[in-house]
Structures are given as C-alpha cells and as structure tokens.
Design a protein. Structure first.
Ligand code: GDP
Ligand code: MG
Length: 166
C-alpha cells in the first residue's frame, strides 16, 4: 500500500516535529517539486508493506475574511481532497480558534485522523476524554491518537491508523 498523507494544524502544535519523527532517519527523499503540482513532498517513509508520502499543503490566511481568503481556502480544501489521509494535529488540552478554522477545510471524516500531540505535558490523562469528545462533536474523525512527537510516543499507532486508510 502506498498513499499521500497531509499533516495539518495551526502553528506550533508540533507538525514539523511530528513529520520529522515519523519520517526521521528513514527519509528517502525530500523534494520541493511536486508529484502533482499541488503538493510539495516533505518525506517518504517506506516500511515492509507500506509507503507513506508526507506532503505539505499551502498555508492560508485566517485573519481576514473576503474573497482572497475564500479563494485560498478553496486551494487548501482541494489540496487536502487530493491526499489519501489527512492528519489534523492539535495540542492536548489546548483547543483554539485556529484549530476550529481548519475543520471546514478537511475532507470526508473517514479520511481524517486526529493526532492529539504533546500528551507528555498533560498532568491528568483523564482530561483528554472531554477534550476529544468536544472535538469529535465538531468533526467525527475516523481515528483519534494521542501522541508525543517530541518523546516518540504512540507514533507507531498513528502510522497504523494511517496505513489502514491508504
Ligand atoms: P509546527 O509549527 O506545528 O510545525 O510546530 P513545531 O513542530 O515547530 O513545534 C512547536 C513547538 O512544540 C516546538 O518547541 C516543539 O519542540 C514543541 N513540541 C512539538 N511536539 C511536542 C511534544 O510532543 N511534546 C512537547 N512537550 N513539545 C512538543
Ligand atoms: Mg512547522
């Protein structure tokens, strides 16, 4: 199995850390050129039976409304529709407006995975349940995986959930 995976999320949630941790030393190519014109490939992870191609998606402006903003959002939505799986990264316990603004741009829920990052910073792991329930009410992600990109926790679980949807 082989497929394209986009890692999305508001600034500072740990997207770069996660992408590096997932691809890490197994990085085989990094290219600024796209396979399709829409995507910049950030890294490829090849395992026994799967190949994950992590791609970058265009950034978008959320601060201002108007035609330009709507056009940019269309570009992002289209780019996200072109990948097989979208991983929306959020920070454990820290939901914000920036996270919410991405939800309407996500493709069908069955191709979206919620990665709740920085769980190493949580004092009470029980708090995650209420946090995740609130997000799932807004967008029913196909899978939810608490991870720590920095501490390399549960990344194999995340890869497993992605692989199931390639
Ligand atoms: P991005 O803007 O979404 O790409 O976020 P970065 O990957 O640049 O990470 C933002 C900050 O969060 C950096 O200081 C990271 O070291 C930190 N960070 C990322 N993942 C984790 C994590 O799992 N645990 C902790 N404690 N910090 C993290
Ligand atoms: Mg980054």
């Amino acid at each position: 199995r082989c497929g394209f995976v986009a890692i999305v999320g508001r600034p500072n949630v740990g997207k770069s850390t996660l992408t590096n941790a997932l691809v890490g030393t197994k990085l085989s190519i990094v290219s600024r050129k796209a396979q399709t014109t829409r995507h910049r490939i950030q890294g490829v992870l090849t395992r026994d039976t799967e190949q994950f191609v992590f791609v970058d998606t265009p950034g978008f402006q959320t601060r201002h409304g108007g035609a330009m903003n709507r056009m940019m959002n269309r570009v992002v939505t289209q780019a996200l529709a072109d990948v097989d799986v979208v991983v929306h990264v959020v920070e454990a316990g820290k939901w914000s407006e920036g996270d919410a603004k991405l939800l309407p741009l996500l493709p069908a829920p069955e191709r979206t995975i919620l990665a709740v990052n920085k769980v190493d910073l949580l004092k009470q792991r029980n708090d995650l349940f209420a946090y995740v329930s609130r997000i799932m009410a807004l967008h029913p992600f196909a899978a939810v995986v608490p991870v720590s990109a920095a501490k390399d926790k549960q990344l194999d679980v995340l890869l497993g959930e992605i692989a199931q949807r390639l």
